[in-house]
Write a protein that binds this ligand. Structure first.
Ligand code: PFF
Length: 455
């Protein structure tokens, strides 16, 4: 059973958790959100949200996972037997599975772009273009790579197969080993690309936009968006941290782990800002170029095309995206795999295959919703957008509030204190403030996300 399995090393458990936290949320969603919400002021709010709310809620999830030593549903059953609190875990598992369905598609695109950068297809027939025609050349490429039926579908399926391969390796030989290799690689690539963009002409203008806050731009909506971004980028409310913490050894310092993971996740977001904004400003690109999928699949290839060795930078960048996406998708599918192992007593192999089969079907539908299923809509949303909206706007905030209420008010007395102090073997000064935040502040603030999503 997965409850007996543990990560093998301290570095390994941090690499795996950081790998989950650092995903497309940091490298893509963050710069787009920063642009949409007014630049540096958003960054500042995001940092405050990560430190003041994200870390305490992360500690609540860690304590649940390690205290209950089971999957995201099982921990509630173990800690509060006979009570319906396991439904909180069920919401998290449902959210994680539905997120995996559409995130696999986007992860597939990163693999597809990596392939076409390395093989050269992305820059074919683009070499001679410039200005507007350069942009439209990449627009056409994106139409082809993302909206075709067959190409993206193949890469989505490939991504699911790679995930299955890693998960079949188990917690230590699959997840931990992969993270130990890929996380250092991610930071090296990030720093190399950052160096290149920061040395572009007029890069300073982009840096100023990103780092000099204009407080006049802060509105309640910007605060709520920063909080939503902080929670997403820390993988909160998805059952991931509960599941991973169930693999933490008893002597893991949870507080230190949460601070390291959050700071590294923040660091990646900031480095991405230092890549995107200088590059965009240096080439005089407009704000539209930072929106949605355009940012990474059109704007950045356009920037790379104007640098020496475009294919090198493009390959490195999409490798970065692929690495970020892979370590995140592995973590989110592990939530279901662990649940199947622990709840239904499945062997790992059976659990992985059982989790992957419906995922293949649902992700394929999400992928086709950019192609021949683009007119299949419910509430005016395509299958992809429906899953995205339902999970990020409803399931994640509801799940996070429920976790806070459970840990703050209904969990066995002393669970948080026991876990933060490793059952009294180390002093923890943080229990009281963390408890205060998860009892009062976090539920109210996350509640605001829900309210604002309906306005
Ligand atoms: N922190 C992750 C990110 O920023 O992308 C959240 C996540 C999303 C993890 C989707 C896993 C996943 F499949």
């Amino acid at each position: 059973m997965s409850s007996k399995i543990q990560f093998g090393t301290k570095i390994g458990l941090i690499a795996a958790t950081v790998g989950s936290a650092i995903g497309l949320g940091n490298v893509w969603r963050f710069p787009a959100e920063t642009q949409a919400n007014g630049g540096a002021a958003f960054l500042l709010l995001y940092i405050v949200c990560v430190l003041c709310l994200g870390i305490p809620v992360m500690l609540a999830e860690f304590s649940l996972g390690r205290g209950g030593r089971s999957d995201a549903v099982g921990v509630f059953r173990k800690l509060s037997p006979g009570k319906p609190w396991w439904l909180v875990g069920a919401v998290a598992v449902l959210a994680s599975y539905l997120i995996a369905c559409y995130y696999m598609v986007v992860a597939g695109w990163t693999l597809e772009y990596l392939w076409h950068s390395v093989a050269g297809g992305l820059y074919e027939a683009v070499d001679t273009a410039s200005g507007e025609s350069l942009r439209s050349a990449f627009d056409v490429k994106m139409d082809h790579y993302v909206c075709d039926d067959v190409n993206p579908l193949i890469f989505t399926v490939l991504m699911i197969v790679v995930n299955a391969g890693v998960l079949l390796g188990g917690v230590q030989k699959g997840i931990e080993k992969l993270s130990n290799i890929l996380m250092p690689l991610l930071f090296v690539i990030l720093l190399a690309i950052c160096y290149v963009t920061l040395t572009l002409p007029d890069a300073g203008e982009g840096v100023r936009y990103f780092l000099e806050p204009d407080f006049g731009r802060i509105t309640p909506r910007v605060v709520v968006n920063a909080l939503g971004q902080a929670f997403f980028s820390l993988s909160l409310g998805m059952g991931i941290l509960i599941t991973y913490a169930s693999y933490y050894p008893a002597d893991t310092n949870l507080t230190r782990t949460s601070v390291i993971v959050s700071l590294l996740s923040l660091l990646v977001a900031v480095l991405m800002g230092l890549i995107i904004f200088p590059a965009v400003k240096s080439f005089g690109l407009d704000n539209e170029s930072l929106e949605g999928a355009t940012l990474v699949f059109v704007t950045l290839p356009e920037v790379f095309a104007q640098l020496p060795w475009p294919r090198l930078w493009s390959s490195l960048f999409f490798l970065l995206l692929f690495v970020a996406a892979l370590t995140s998708t592995v973590s989110i599918t592990e939530v279901t795999v662990a649940m199947l192992e622990d709840r239904l007593g499945m062997r790992r192999r059976t659990a992985v295959l059982t989790a992957m089969a419906p995922l293949l079907l649902l992700s394929s539908l999400c992928s086709l919703s950019f192609g021949s299923l683009s007119s299949a809509k419910l509430f005016g949303l395509t299958i992809f957008n429906l899953l995205d909206t339902f999970t990020t706007d409803i399931l994640l905030p509801v799940g996070s509030i429920a976790v806070c209420i459970y840990m703050g008010w209904f969990a066995p007395k002393g669970l948080l204190a026991d876990e933060l102090s490793n059952h009294g073997s180390r002093r923890s000064r943080w229990t009281a403030p963390v408890l205060f935040i998860i009892r009062y502040l976090a539920p109210v603030m996350i509640g605001l996300i829900l309210v604002f999503n309906y306005m």
